[in-house]
Write a protein that binds this ligand. Structure first.
Ligand code: GAR
Length: 195
C-alpha cells in the first residue's frame, strides 16, 4: 500500500474527493489527515471515514521537526496538500523531496504566492480580465506555489462570470482531476517536468 497523508486547513472538499476516490483502492490509502485548524471541516471527514487525524500548531510545525518522525512512524509515502495554507518548512520539503504535492486554483505561475488562496485568486483573475483559468498540480518546494508543475487544465471565463462563478468552475476541475493525477504520480505514471 502507498500511504498518503492529506494536509488541509479548510472545508476539505478536495480531501473528501481524494478519500472517496481511494476508498476501494488496492494500491493507495489515505492514512492520515493533518490540519492546522481544530475546527477544519476536513476533520469531520477524517472522523467519518475513520482516518487518524492530527492537529498541529505553529510551534510544533516550524520550531520542531517532530512531524517528520510522526509521518515516518506512520510510514507515510506522500504528503498531499489540499487547501493547506501554511508554507511547508524547508526541513519537511527535504525530508519528503518530490513527495509533497499541491493543487492551486489557477494557472501558475500566474496568480500564486503568499495570500493567493480561495477567492483572492479568483478575484485577481477576474480583475485581470482573463478569459481562462484552471488548476495547477505541482510538487512543493520552499516557496508558495512555486515547485515543478505536474499537470494543468483550464476552463473558460466569460465576461459575466463573477469570482464565485470562476471558483465553481475551477472547483469542478479540482475534484475531477486531483485524485486521478495523485494516483498517477504515486503509481509512478507521471514524470516530473521542470517549470
Ligand atoms: C482549493 O481550491 C485549493 O486549490 C486551494 O484551497 C482550496 C481548498 O478547498 N489551495 C490554494 O489556494 C493553495 N495556494 P477545499 O478545502 O474545499 O478542498
Amino acid at each position: 500500500m502507498i500511504r498518503l497523508a492529506i494536509f488541509a486547513s479548510g472545508t476539505g472538499s478536495n480531501a473528501q474527493k481524494i478519500i472517496q476516490y481511494f476508498e476501494e483502492s488496492d494500491d493507495v490509502e489515505i492514512s492520515l489527515i493533518v490540519s492546522n485548524k481544530a475546527n477544519a471541516g476536513v476533520l469531520n471527514f477524517a472522523e467519518h471515514y475513520d482516518i487518524p487525524s492530527m492537529i498541529i500548531d505553529r510551534q510544533f510545525f516550524y520550531h520542531t521537526k517532530q512531524i517528520v518522525f510522526e509521518l515516518n512512524h506512520q510510514s507515510i509515502d506522500y504528503i498531499i496538500l489540499a487547501g493547506f495554507l501554511w508554507l511547508i518548512p524547508s526541513y519537511l520539503v527535504k525530508a519528503f523531496a518530490n513527495k509533497i504535492i499541491n493543487i492551486h486554483p489557477a494557472l501558475l505561475p500566474k496568480y500564486g504566492g503568499k495570500g493567493m488562496y480561495g477567492l483572492h485568486v479568483h478575484d485577481a483573475v477576474k480583475k485581470a480580465g482573463e478569459n481562462k483559468s484552471g488548476i495547477t498540480i505541482h510538487y512543493v518546494n520552499e516557496s508558495y506555489d512555486d515547485g515543478a508543475i505536474i499537470f494543468q487544465t483550464s476552463c473558460e471565463i466569460y465576461p459575466e462570470d463573477l469570482p464565485t462563478d470562476i471558483q465553481k468552475k475551477v472547483q469542478i476541475l479540482e475534484h475531477k482531476y486531483y485524485p486521478e493525477i495523485i494516483e498517477k504520480i504515486v503509481l509512478g505514471e507521471v514524470k516530473k517536468r521542470s517549470t
